[in-house]
Ligand binder design. Structure first.
Ligand code: ADP
Ligand code: MG
Length: 416
């Protein structure tokens, strides 16, 4: 077991880690964090819930604070030294929340520019001096275009939840943001899966980066129990009702495959007197955020969602995931399941199964038996499919080439 206290992190960061009760590193943290601290560029692939955010947030804060300690504080307005690109507003808020407690002890400043808020708010957010910027691609592009944002002093550029970001067609924006940064910032990309689109981004920007794949942090997945329930013909909702009255600790996310199924279920639940909220694509963003907050705060115990919510969102208290409709793709299943049993906690997954799901259930069984036998790809079979583990099938072998450079650059604007 490797502990945070054994890392060469600034005392101000150690203090907050201790306060928050973080002791042991997860597997991806164990491997990605030291590499980033040393200034290397990396691609980190690890299942959802494995603690990827801290794996980059700590090195970012450590490096920027060290720079300040060397007598080189940020002195220009709207000119951050680290940028974290996230796919959605919700994730951006979540990432900002991870940074926040550390800013109290380090006195570094984190700002965000996220879709869904007015551009004037975003401009105001970045009108002062600050070190770290969390942003969605669209907002970052707009601010770059209008020259409100200057990325010429960026030392570290992070793409978080890259699979989801690229699913939304953000590859051109990602490239543009990278090219707006200083000549060669240290780069990090984190993703739960390596889809073809993620590989495109890797090819474009991370050809020299070190690739770190978590082999499955047992700490994270060991608390997960899963059950398959057969749906009696036409009795999907009655089956669900039985479960809803069971007591579980933490909230329940109920997944459907389409927006229509999502809304239909919400109506059925309402009729039967259960309070639930909906979280899906193509709904009013303000309402969606409000719904998530109600669920997050534990005010509403049931969140009905499509795969939109299965990616990246970290809600403290999800005790149970119900696949009311099983997904068609294993990748989506992995993401859904990753909403519970996060970082060592316990969680339950219940799959509603009909005859039509037989093939998928067979795949799940293979997954489970591989996990039981300790096979390395258990938590991410999707990515192992797209990116086989046999060296012969891999894209160019990962080389360990440090592309980061010393943080201090003499003669830079703003340097004392
Ligand atoms: P990912 O981005 O890999 O999906 P997150 O960064 O959102 O995962 O972290 C998932 C949860 O695990 C968060 O609630 C976080 O506070 C917690 N966590 C992260 N690192 C650790 C750790 N080393 N020990 C315990 N909990 C952790
Ligand atoms: Mg994440």
């Amino acid at each position: 077991m490797k502990t945070f206290s054994s890392l060469d992190l600034l005392p101000s960061l150690q203090e907050t880690l201790a306060e928050k009760g973080f002791v042991a590193l997860t597997e991806i943290q164990m491997r990605a964090l030291p590499a980033l601290l040393e200034g290397r560029s990396i691609v980190g692939v690890a299942e959802t819930g494995s603690g990827k955010t801290l794996a980059y947030a700590l090195p970012v804060l450590h490096q920027l604070k060290s720079l300040e300690n060397e007598g080189k504080p940020v002195s220009d307005l709207g000119r951050p030294r680290a940028v974290v690109v996230v796919p959605t507003r919700e994730l951006g808020e979540q990432v900002t929340r991870v940074f926040k407690p550390f800013t109290h002890t380090t006195r570094l400043r984190v700002r965000n520019v996220l879709g869904g808020t007015g551009l004037d708010v975003a401009r105001k957010n970045i009108s002062a001096e600050f070190e770290v910027l969390v942003g969605t691609p669209g907002r970052l592009m707009k601010l770059l275009d209008s020259q409100f944002l200057d990325l010429s002093d960026v030392r570290i550029l992070v793409f978080d939840e890259a699979d989801q970001m690229l699913d939304q067609g953000f590859l051109p924006s990602a490239l543009r943001i990278a090219s707006a940064c200083s000549s060669k910032p240290q780069m990090a990309l984190f993703s739960a899966t390596v889809s073809n689109k993620v590989q495109d981004l890797i090819k474009n920007l991370f050809s020299k980066a070190e690739v770190i794949r978590s082999e499955g942090s047992h700490q994270v997945v060991s608390g997960l129990t899963s059950k398959n329930l057969e749906v009696p013909h036409g009795k999907r909702f009655p089956l669900l009702e039985k479960l809803l009255s069971e007591k579980v600790e933490g909230g329940t996310i109920i997944f459907t495959n389409t927006r229509e199924q999502c809304d239909k279920l919400a109506q059925e639940m309402k009729k039967s007197g259960y309070s639930s909220v909906v979280y899906r694509g193509e709904m009013d963003k303000v309402e969606r955020r409000k719904n998530l907050q109600l669920f997050r705060d534990g005010k509403i115990p049931f969140l009905i969602s499509t795969d939109l919510a299965s990616r990246g969102l970290d809600v403290e208290h999800v005790g149970r995931v119900i696949n009311y409709h099983l997904p068609q793709q294993m990748e989506n299943y992995i993401h859904r399941v990753g909403r519970t049993a996060r970082a060592g906690r316990k969680g339950l997954v219940i799959n509603f199964v009909t005859e039509r799901d037989e093939a998928f259930v067979a795949k799940l069984d293979t997954l489970r038996s591989r996990k039981a036998s300790g096979a390395r790809s258990a938590p991410s079979p999707d990515s192992s499919k797209e990116w086989p583990s046999e060296p012969a099938h891999k894209p160019p072998p990962p080389k360990i080439i440090p592309v980061g450079r010393p943080m201090a650059r003499p003669g830079r604007k703003g340097a004392k």
